[in-house]
Write a protein that binds this ligand. Structure first.
Ligand code: NAD
Length: 250
């Protein structure tokens, strides 16, 4: 089946850089009208929009801290007002505050759970009504291999990313009758600002656990998201697709 995105409308949260930007650009390249969401990085969001528009495709941007429900609602309402529709929601916004549990503060636990998990709840809650009314929707939530296999120093991050998986499977069951699919992409190690600061020793150690012998590219995660967001994936829901060079095999 041809994956035709012409006329489709998508929101990609946290798409001012990194994996989110690659997802926004790849969706737009297929003809999707994309809303680029950002929390603080206006310049980054402009770059994503410019990259899309310079190729003759359609994008606009909207500032919202999606970890706050009212702002997530503003993002969905902006999209509906501007484009009259919402077909695809990609919950990509995420953050880390790595620390061994002995040293992890309550603030860092709460922040990571709020940004990674509650944001996903917030945006899905706001988007689900219009999708149900239309009897169509594609939701793709970004988890992580850390949410599947665990990772020392990431109890907060892993809990949030496992939470995204459980949340997505439950939502997939709730919404399937309305032809809405909910799937998860779990990236492995992708060089972005999220992973820049990790110690070199840890990066080398991680590399030795990747069967394909290299780190992934944001564009490779984006291709998986776009597949799940398209018509061709209409019979897939409640699934987790690892994009990790074989790092985690079920
Ligand atoms: P990144 O830090 O470059 O991008 C994260 C984006 O989320 C940024 O644009 C940031 O501004 C945005 N964001 C953060 N909090 C937000 C909020 N409250 N509201 C709106 N936007 C917010 O990192 P990335 O590597 O591109 O990460 C993208 C997603 O992929 C994240 O969910 C991350 O957990 C996941 N992931 C990344 C890797 C990796 O190796 N890079 C691996 C597994 C999963």
């Amino acid at each position: 089946m041809n994956n035709d995105f012409t006329g489709k409308v998508a929101i990609v949260t946290g798409s001012s850089r990194g994996i989110g930007r690659a997802i926004a650009e790849t969706l737009a390249a297929g003809g999707t009208q994309v809303v680029v969401n950002y929390a603080k990085d206006l310049e980054g969001a402009k770059k994503t929009v410019d990259a899309i528009v310079s190729k003759g495709n359609t994008a606009s941007m909207f500032q919202a801290d999606v970890s706050v429900l009212s702002q997530a609602e503003d993002l969905i309402n902006y999209t509906l007002d501007k484009y009259g529709n919402l077909d695809i929601l990609v919950n990509n916004a995420g953050t880390t505050r790595d620390q061994l549990i002995m040293r992890m503060s309550e603030e860092d636990w709460d922040l990571v759970l709020r940004v990674n998990l509650k944001s996903t709840f917030n945006c899905c809650k706001a988007a689900i009504k219009p999708m149900m009314r239309k009897r169509y929707g594609r939701i793709v939530n970004i988890s992580s291999v850390s949410g599947i296999a665990g990772n020392a120093g990431q109890t907060n991050y892993s809990a949030s990313k496992s939470g995204v998986i459980g949340f997505s499977k439950s939502l997939a069951r709730e919404t399937a009758a309305r032809k809405i699919t909910v799937n998860v992409v779990a990236p492995g190690f992708i060089p972005t600002s999220l992973t820049n600061d990790l110690p070199d020793e840890l990066k080398e150690q991680t590399l030795s656990h990747i069967p394909l012998g290299r780190w992934g590219e944001p564009e490779e995660v984006a291709e998986a998201v776009v597949f799940l967001a398209g018509e061709a994936a209409g019979y897939i829901t409640g699934q987790v697709l690892n994009v990790d060079g074989g790092m985690v095999m079920a």
